[in-house]
Design a binder for this molecule. Sequence first.
Ligand code: ADP
Ligand code: MG
Length: 682
Amino acid sequence: MNSSWTRSIQYIKGVGPNKANLLNKLGIFTVGDVLEHYPRRYEDRSQIKMINALIDGQMETFKGKVMGIVESKPRQGLKITKISVSDCTGVAQLVWFNQPHVKKKYQPGMEVIVSGKVKIFYQVEILSPEIEVLNGSEILDTGRIIPIYAASENINQRFLRTIVSQVLNDHQDICEILSNKIVNQYSLFDRRLAFENIHFPQNMEMLERARKRLVFEELYLLQCSLLFLKKQHRSNYKGIKHGVDGSLSVQAQSQLPFTLTDDQQKVLSEVKCDMEDVTAMQRLIQGDVGSGKTVIAALALVKTVENGYQGAMMVPTEILAEQHYKTLSELFVPLGISVSMLTGKLTRGVREQVLKNLKDGLVDVVIGTHALIQDAVEFKYLGLVVTDEQHRFGVRQRGILQEKGNTPDVLVMTATPIPRTMALTVYGDLDVSSIRQLPPGRKPIRTFVRGSERRQLVYKFIVDEVKNGRQAYVVCPLVEESEKINAQSAVELYEQLVQTDLKDISCGLVHGKMKTADKEAVMSAFYSGEIKVLVATTVIEVGVNVPNATVMVIEGAERFGLAQLHQLRGRIGRGDYQSYCILCSDNKNPETQQRLTIMTKTNDGFILAEEDLKLRGPGQFFGTRQHGLPDLKIADIISDLSIFMEAKSAAEQTIAIPDEFNCIRTALNQRFGQDIGMIFCN
Ligand code: ADP
Ligand code: MG
């Protein structure tokens, strides 16, 4: 790629240190970033109308001559500026409130082009229109298809349009990065034409082709990165060749309190087969909540220990680390396998000891949070790395843990159900195994939507279930994506419940802002059944397993996406008892009601994921939080599926031919090197 692409925006005319700072806040640092600050949407202002043909309430564009400018101050603090513009069919009044600077820019006699929402009431009026003087220079704001960018208070649309246009004009050298062969084969716009038309489209058709080219490029580069990763794992390095199952593995399996389902059995043999092979395993296990993924990981860990290696399992929350530590200890300790836990909250002394034991090979299996990927963590001989709830981690984090061993086998697990084609993008470097079946004896969870008029009955129901020996969760409304505020809301809900509806029942509270020790105390009291009702934020969303819990009440359910509701609901229905999920919501918006109703109709995570996609669009569902991939700037993994398939086959061609791959290394490093955490060099 050409050097000006990475040059700082300070070199752009009109961008001083001050503006540069403000642009940085929008994520724009380099010339390339300016071009990749794609419009969020467009407004078609290319249809120029006569004034007498303007329609009330519509966004319209017209040309005319400035006739007069008047300013009035009807009262203190209010200044109204009016500019009248006419063409041969009529007069329109352009109106601004408290923007006295506009009058300085226009003078009677000037030819202007105006866009805005028309109001017709005695006269034609447009409030705060976009207006541009026709003086022969390039028109950016009206009279054409106009880009609308993500902007900020101090960086407005016009400024963005101006610098984008300047970059396009000054940098004639926007280099092509795709090979001619690919550009021709897929009939793509060349790169420069694509950038011109994505920002200032000549017409809708050109816009579409420009977008296609840029989407293709992005997905192609992503696929090349992922395929490169995969290829490296497969061919460059020899992995660990685990032996066939010995007595320890056999014993572990016979000690399980249940028999594996057919799906579990099948996935387990795929995993073992990979482990026994000399190339390093790179496998994803996809299985709906409650399908029993943990046991597969446990048996794989036993296998690596049996072969003289250490195993590590990384999970996204402390609560989950704690839980897996307990479950796995029950299985491992009788087999003589030593297990430790490593989270960020250990006291220094304990932590040092764990680190030392790992390094000396005295610990066989370690369960931990992100704390596992810190520099200080070293293993003696790491043989297997498991990441649970992989969608909460990035590709990069997975990579770091892996690098702590000498090409260990890698197993990742997720409950986020995604269509197969999507799995190819998101987990393009992995082989995929699926568990579709739930363990036997599970009764489908019954789900209800209830308004606050029935709230007392809902809590009465909890009391009844508790009297029958069961336990329950109450999830507080998601106030916003801030654990601090959500914690407050959980505290309030808890205090209210223990004084009213649940006053005779032992309740616990858990949220992300609590001290680790307090959290642990509450969770273990809930595991042991001492606490009957757990009031919580979404910290319990992933992984928590208490089969005796049969009720999940979600307050303010409309605040959650379907995928998240499904994850939360996955905390119940994990044992033999009939379980109930109650979604509380007073939001009568038909769309919300429709969304919540879907929850009552199906327990299938796959169907829910697709519904969620339809209702909320991919942006929400497949936010980075859901899949841990680098942010895509223009492509939409769902709706751009057909471009994706083309990009994927192009990437496969490129990867197969070293010379062609060499040509895109720079582009790969620039676009995805940092996110994926590797350098695409020889
Ligand atoms: P997830 O896939 O959501 O991680 P878990 O591994 O936590 O699910 O398993 C959910 C529950 O199902 C656990 O209590 C586990 O002991 C139980 N379980 C797993 N496999 C089986 C099986 N084959 N038969 C019966 N119960 C099982
Ligand atoms: Mg799990």
